[in-house]
Design a protein around this ligand. Structure first.
Ligand code: ADP
Length: 434
């Protein structure tokens, strides 16, 4: 049955009962007592209604579900409906609170910055990524105008122009950000920041690498092409000139080959999918072989010694050999005749360390941090003269990185250089120690 119908039936029955009883009293005791009884009955009914109305008004002041009063008559239905409504409300509120918590957490984890502003760009809310991208602090800056917080002429122009369909690329606080502004809900705007500093850096490195590599390959190619042209224009060149041209062409060919090999090695080392197969490296055997090769390369022009007092390590034999050989070869190439080169392998509390110390030309401080960049050379012509590709230290750095080792460089111009490869203690082959 419809609740309204029940309400009306029960209210009518109650009034009819009072009136019926009053009529019966009037019939038995006369009209006056009957009327008095009817008036008392109606007053009682009104008082009961007022009493429940008061309880309802009390409850509405503090609508706590456990304090909901029991009803009487039609009030039973009213209170039970209120109970259901309130329970539904509480459930909705809990769900909303859960959603809000989840939304906040998602916003906190989001790598992109999100700022919510009103229609006149006053900050209402922002997530931690936006705080770090734009140097904001939600606590302090809430209610401030975003243009007073993000002080950048590019950003100002973007806001003034208001062409939000095109994103803004903003250089701000040593970051590169892509900024979008999206109007929503009529009177609000969302500002989204996406940090592209790292991908820009990688892109620039890639562009530089391609430009440098092309340049490096073009030089020997130009030389080879030049000699080929001479050979075709002057077929009757004498044998000794022809031989010297062929020798120079072969040198340039070898240079190109070294370059391509080093480039391939670097690419392979950098590729995540190129797995490292760790061997137990016999360090004494490896360093003695490197010493022998160093003597051969120096051809008696330097005094080269090896001090061996360290353990065997786990690592890729080929990669470690190539890295250490690179350091030793550099010491020979950048140390004038009669110079001294010391190779040291020792064990320290922080792990085994390989040191190559020379008293060669040295490097001034401003270059040191850039030496491991690809194609970075202090003196281009000297590097070429000594058959350098400019990739040696970049390869060393990557090999060491793959072995959780660090490259440290100390150098003083005209005094000499010290290149150290510090391996972690975890690299030591333990059962062979003592
Ligand atoms: P390159 O093939 O030019 O030697 P590397 O990457 O091996 O390239 O080295 C980068 C630069 O670091 C070299 O061009 C040189 O200027 C400098 N360098 C490396 N080792 C030494 C050293 N032992 N003494 C002085 N300069 C060095």
């Amino acid at each position: 049955m419809h609740p309204h119908l029940i309400f009306w039936i029960s209210a009518t029955v109650r009034i009819l009962v009072v009136l019926g009883l009053s009529a019966a009293a009037g019939f038995v005791w006369g009209p006056v007592p009957g009327l008095v009884l009817a008036v008392i009955g109606v007053i009682v009914l009104i008082v009961i209604q007022l009493f429940f109305l008061l309880r309802l008004s009390d409850w509405l002041d503090k609508p706590n579900i456990s304090r909901l009063p029991d009803g009487w008559g039609a009030w039973t239905e009213v209170f039970s409906r209120l109970y259901r409504l309130r329970r539904g409300d509480e459930k909705n509120q809990t769900e909303l609170a859960e959603w809000l918590a989840r939304f906040r957490q998602a916003m906190t984890l989001l790598p992109d910055g999100v700022v919510i502003m009103d229609d006149v760009l006053f900050l209402e809310w922002c997530n931690p990524a936006a705080e770090s991208h734009l140097g904001l602090s939600l606590k302090q800056d809430k209610g401030m105008r975003i243009t007073n917080l993000v002080r950048s002429p590019e950003f100002m122009d973007y806001i003034i122009l208001g062409r939000y369909d095109v994103p803004l690329t903003l250089s701000f606080r040593e970051r590169k950000l892509i900024v979008h502004i999206i109007p929503f809900e009529n009177r609000r705007q969302i500002l989204v920041t996406h940090d592209v500093t790292e991908s820009e850096r990688i892109d620039m490195m890639r562009r530089d690498f391609i430009a440098n590599a092309s340049h490096e390959l073009r030089t020997p190619l130009t030389v080879i092409n030049g000699f080929l042209e001479i050979a075709s224009l002057q077929p009757d060149l004498d044998a000794s000139t022809r031989m010297s041209h062929l020798k120079l062409m072969a040198e340039q060919g070898e240079r190109m080959q070294r370059l391509v090999e080093d480039m391939l090695t670097l690419t392979r080392l950098e590729s995540m999918d190129y797995p490292m197969r760790p061997d137990r490296i016999n360090m004494r055997a490896m360093l003695e072989q490197i010493l022998e090769e160093a003597h051969a390369l120096s051809a008696g022009r330097h005094i080269i010694t090896l001090e061996f007092d360290g353990p065997n390590i786990f690592g890729s034999t080929d990669e470690i050999r190539s890295a250490l050989t690179n350091l030793v070869t550099n010491a020979i190439r950048y140390t004038p005749e009669n110079g001294e080169i010391k190779l040291i392998w020792k064990n320290l509390s922080q792990g085994p360390k390989f040191i190559v110390q020379d008293n060669g030309i040295g490097i001034s401080a401003e270059h040191i941090s850039r030496l491991t960049e690809r194609f970075y050379r202090v003196d281009k012509s000297r590097s070429r003269e000594t058959q350098g590709t400019g990739l040696g230290l970049a390869i060393v750095k990557h090999v060491l990185l793959r072995h959780k080792a660090n490259l440290m460089i100390e150098s003083t111009p005209e005094v000499g250089s010290k290149f150290c490869a510090q391996f972690p203690t975890s690299a030591v082959v333990q059962d062979e120690m003592d």
